[in-house]
Design a protein around this ligand. Structure first.
Ligand code: NAG
Ligand code: NAG
Ligand code: NAG
Ligand code: FE2
Length: 520
């Protein structure tokens, strides 16, 4: 009887006849984990090299609901930091803590998700008054990345948690305790009334300025006054509090941008036709539903000269990107590599209910494609080339969450390490870590274990390294079968595991992080 019902269901419910293995434990990526701990020793299988000294700190998702209210979109889950301290004497300790943002504290206090501006919204929804409160309070959940900025006056680094917004949260890298939110004044350079603009969209991926301790980021100022144009500003971060305007240029509509590129002399932005709709924003208070994708429009590439702030604008075919990989100058050209998509449609599908459901999460395309743009300022053109995958690794060019050997930033380089979802083109949860060689694809390599789910890798260069890939990748992995996370050390040369340590907990889906070498 049961078999009979099953057979009927397979015929009448679309998708049931597809082969879906059950991807054990994948849902733990999108399940709240309230565990917090500081400096719990973890045990690697083999001795560690003594030069491996520093702290890997990562940001990501931690909590998907509070009380009876839940987030729709995974990007809204409350931020949770985790860290691995490599003491340099063979000991490693693990820590994890929620970012104690104002929105998190208010939500825990009220035992429901408190009204703050979110990517998508909550179920049950905010009422009209809560929506206004959310608009006024703005975005507060910095769950995407961590960074540190040097403060030359105090001769010290300040560590911050970031999202795609101007506001950041300071935190202590040793204890992962949250300090406070920092919302510095946007350096303006004009007499524009700041009330005429909403200046909060920025980047979770600042980039270092070559030869200095400064960084660059951008901020988009959305005009609220009809007839007044919006603008994008390139900003030099001299320290968390000290920011300087490098260039500002007007745009008809403000594009959503997540990252950008820097070379020795230029900043490069890909402004896809994915625009912030101000009227919708004020009406619905949900930024993501207030972005309009104009699939038939071209993408504009803005190239800013760092020396003088001159902005060049170049049109190219429609393309969408979340992550720039690296950029460098060669001869007359600026070369920019990105993880590209034909549209931002996949982002819509990253809702919690979709990601937890095998049928739904396997039904959309999530794979990126590495594209190289050669930008020439003499004739104002941008030409792109695609990278092929190898016959052995038919997904090796489909990476996102790219990282590189940071010593090769701004330089001609070969290797990018990235994550590929849906490697078999069927199941989103089939995840590989790929080493893509942009110089010679015969050297492409991959790391994957069935039922294990890796996130973004961080490359740590070995002492005395001669080659770009002399070093280790530090990669947190969810072992779905065992329902436990571990950290693995992978040799970047051959993409083989060299050492592994299980953690006393599960880390829900992690986004970005960094290894800070000189703080232990
Ligand atoms: C299901 O699995 C079988 C055997 O592994 C395979 O031959 C078939 O093509 C798969 N069907 C789908 C829809 O993937
Ligand atoms: C390594 O150093 C840390 C910090 O000083 C210490 O707590 C730990 O016990 C040391 N481990 C070994 C194996 O000596
Ligand atoms: C622009 O200049 C570059 C470099 O000189 C060249 O490779 C490219 O073909 C030129 N493009 C056009 C459209 O002339
Ligand atoms: Fe990112």
């Amino acid at each position: 009887m049961e078999l009979f019902l099953f057979a009927i269901a397979a015929v009448i419910i679309p998708g049931w006849s597809m082969n879906v293995t059950d991807s054990p434990g994948f849902d733990l990526f999108f399940t709240s984990n309230l565990d917090e701990m500081v400096d719990v020793p973890i045990q690697f299988e083999k001795p560690l090299p003594s030069w491996l000294k520093g702290i890997l700190i990562r940001n990501g998702l931690g909590r998907f609901e509070i009380g009876t209210r839940q987030f729709y979109h995974s990007f809204d889950a409350f931020g949770k930091l985790c860290s691995w301290k490599f003491w340099g004497n063979g000991s490693v300790t693990f820590s994890t803590k929620f970012l104690q943002s104002d929105s998190y504290k208010a939500s825990v206090r009220s035992q429901t998700i408190a009204p703050y501006l979110l990517f998508e919204g909550v179920d049950p929804p905010f009422n009209e008054i809560e929506k206004i409160i959310a608009l006024v309070r703005g975005i507060d959940n910095m769950n995407v990345n961590v960074y540190r900025f040097y403060n030359a006056y105090h001769h010290q680094y300040q560590y911050v948690a970031l999202n795609d917004y101007w506001k950041v949260y300071g935190f202590d890298p040793k204890s992962l305790s949250t300090f406070k939110s920092i919302n510095t004044e946007v350096p303006d350079g004009t007499s524009d009334s700041s009330l005429a603009f909403l200046s909060f969209l920025s980047s979770a991926h600042p980039l270092p300025e070559m030869g200095t301790t400064n960084h660059f980021t951008f901020v988009s100022s959305v005009s609220l006054v009809p007839g007044v144009k919006s603008n994008i500003k390139l900003i030099r971060i001299k320290s968390v509090m000290e920011r300087e305007l490098v260039a500002s240029w007007s745009v008809d509509k403000v594009p959503y941008m997540h990252s950008f590129s820097i070379t020795e002399n230029y900043a490069i932005f890909f402004a896809s036709p994915f625009y912030v709709n101000v009227l919708k924003m004020v009406r619905y208070a949900e930024p993501f539903n207030c972005l309009d994708w104009n699939g038939d429009e071209q993408t504009t590439i803005y190239v800013v000269e760092l020396r003088n702030g001159i902005v060049h604008s170049i049109k190219t075919d429609n393309v969408f990107t979340m992550h720039h990989i690296n950029a460098f100058e060669i001869n007359e050209d600026i070369v920019v590599d990105i993880s590209s998509y034909p549209s931002p449609d996949f982002v819509k599908n990253l809702q919690v209910s979709i990601l937890r459901d095998p049928q739904l999460r396997n039904s959309f395309d999530v794979r990126a494609l590495v594209k190289r743009y050669n930008i020439n300022l003499k004739n104002n053109t941008a030409m792109f080339t695609l990278f092929d995958s190898t016959p052995e690794i038919p997904f090796s060019s489909k990476i996102d969450m790219p990282t590189i050997n940071e010593n090769y930033r701004y330089k001609k380089y070969c290797f990018v390490y990235g994550v590929v979802l849906k490697t078999d083109d069927l199941e989103l949860s089939r995840i590989a870590l790929v080493k893509k060689d942009l110089c010679n694809m015969e050297r492409d390599k991959q790391w994957s274990v069935p039922g294990h789910y890796p996130v973004e890798a961080w490359f740590v260069q070995a002492p005395g390294a001669k080659e770009e890939d002399d070093g280790y990748l530090l990669v947190p992995v969810l072992d779905g079968e065992r329902r436990q996370s571990y950290i693995t050390i992978i040799s970047a040369k051959d993409m083989k595991t060299v050492n592994t340590a299980y953690l006393p907990t599960i880390i829900p889906f992690g986004l970005h992080g960094k290894f800070f070498e000189d703080i232990i």
